[in-house]
Design a protein around this ligand. Structure first.
Ligand code: PMP
Ligand code: GLN
Length: 409
């Protein structure tokens, strides 16, 4: 990874950089194709730091679903699953949409299972966008969005989310739409900011998408990780259903990020187009995990409430620690990420701090500018993202290490 720094040309990008895999790759790594998450996770491993960078839980999901996957392997569910997913899991996804949101996708034609939300995002953008199209996202944006928009050949247009609550600047959002806006790629609850968009904001987006004839692709992987607010799926709003593809994933809800089981729901013709692309990305997704996630989706409401409640306590432990360490803390309403402002500690460059933090205090985090294009990177220059999906004692230890930061700067 570091050899490439010497190789990378400072002015003209190398041909492979022109695949446009996103500003976030270029920001920290001199253009090498390693995501910020990989880079920070390996830095944490090298330095023995507590890894609050890449978002993954340090405890496995519910025993029932772990057992169900083992049982499925033992029972021989080890060859290709149907391309669109097993009927049982498609039915479970449809049942989940109905139970929580009153949405009733047809499991036969309006649901597909994907290899994580990542594949659903990629297949949707590759299905519907190409050169000459614009894809509109908020900024900061999750790293794969910039990369896949680049791969599709479309132009990435952004509208800023503004601190302290990271709601959109509505005028800027409206101005960012154009006749060429083919897809609005939403993410709610939002990574990295932790914002959860209220009904009026979502309705405004839906109305704009209708006005400009845009599709809405909405990444709702953190749908169950909200604190004191209810997640509202974009597809449930008036005028949205016929133009919206909704994406989610088992990774966050069931703490099995390594299983890479995601899903996508929406109108039959749109889902069919995504499925066509999915066939040539992975064809089908992990067979033995599909019955296990079907079992997870059938867990009672109390399970889902427990997930959010446990995480809210973890949010509070880490947020208190970050405040005590001298950071400005932006309380998230959802996801498992909390953003801080490093400026109160006299630090203006969070990319530089993120590189030094593991050595300085033994904690790793992700700088927010890597989720941005250059203008947004300037606006978020002093922001740093910490993941709190870790055991309480790990968060407490991280907090006590961070408390020593100001004396080490
Ligand atoms: N979207 C967002 C906003 C995410 O934060 C993540 C990952 N953590 C993903 C998509 C990817 O989900 P998956 O691991 O299911 O591919
Ligand atoms: N979604 C996780 C995060 O934001 C990382 C997933 C990945 O490494 N691609 O931290």
């Amino acid at each position: 990874m570091h050899a490439s720094r010497e190789l990378s040309a400072p002015s003209a990008p190398a041909p492979w950089q022109r695949t446009a895999l996103g500003a976030n790759l270029l920001a920290l790594d001199g253009g090498l194709g390693v995501t910020i998450f990989e880079e920070m996770t390996s830095l944490a491993a090298r330095t023995g730091a507590i890894n609050l960078g890449q978002g993954f839980p340090d405890e496995d999901g519910p025993q029932e679903i772990l057992d169900a996957a083992r049982d499925a392997i033992a029972a021989g569910a080890n060859q290709y699953a149907p391309g669109k997913g097993t009927p049982q899991l498609r039915e479970a996804v449809a049942g989940h949409q109905e139970r929580f949101y009153g949405l009733t996708p047809d499991p036969a034609t309006e649901v597909i299972i994907t290899t994580g939300a990542t594949e659903a995002i990629a297949a949707s953008l590759l299905a519907f966008t190409g050169p000459g199209d614009e894809v509109l996202t908020f900024e900061p944006f999750y790293d794969s969005y910039g990369a896949v928009i680049g791969l599709s050949g479309a132009t990435h247009v952004t509208a800023p989310l503004l601190a302290p609550d990271f709601m959109p600047d509505m005028a800027a959002l409206e101005a960012a739409f154009s006749e060429r806006t083919r897809v609005v790629l939403l993410n709610n609850p939002h990574n990295p900011t932790g914002a959860v968009f209220p009904r009026d904001v979502l309705q405004k987006i839906v109305d704009l998408a209708r006005r400009y004839g845009s599709l809405i692709v909405t990444d709702e992987v953190y749908e169950h990780l909200t604190f004191g607010v209810r997640h509202i799926p974009a597809a449930s709003l008036p005028g949205a259903a016929e133009r919206t593809l909704t994406i989610s994933s088992a990774g966050k809800t069931f703490s099995v990020t390594g299983w890479k089981i995601g899903w996508l729901t929406g109108p039959e013709d749109l889902v069919a187009a995504v499925r066509t692309v999915k066939q040539f990305l992975t064809y089908s997704s992990g067979t033995p995990f599909q019955p296990a996630i079907a079992a997870g989706l059938a867990l009672p409401d109390s399970f889902y409430e427990g997930v959010a409640g446990t995480l809210e306590r973890k949010r509070d432990i880490l947020s208190d620690g970050l405040r005590a360490a001298g950071f400005g803390v932006y309380a998230p309403q959802g996801t498992y990420f909390v953003n801080v402002d490093t400026a109160p500690l006299g630090i203006t460059d969070s990319v530089d701090l993120a590189r030094r933090l593991p050595e300085l205090v033994g904690v790793a985090a992700i700088p927010v500018p890597v989720f941005c294009h250059p203008e947004g990177a300037e606006r978020t220059r002093s922001l740093l993202r910490f993941a709190f999906c870790k055991k309480a004692d790990v968060l407490e230890e991280a907090a006590s290490r961070l408390a020593t930061l100001s004396s080490r700067l």
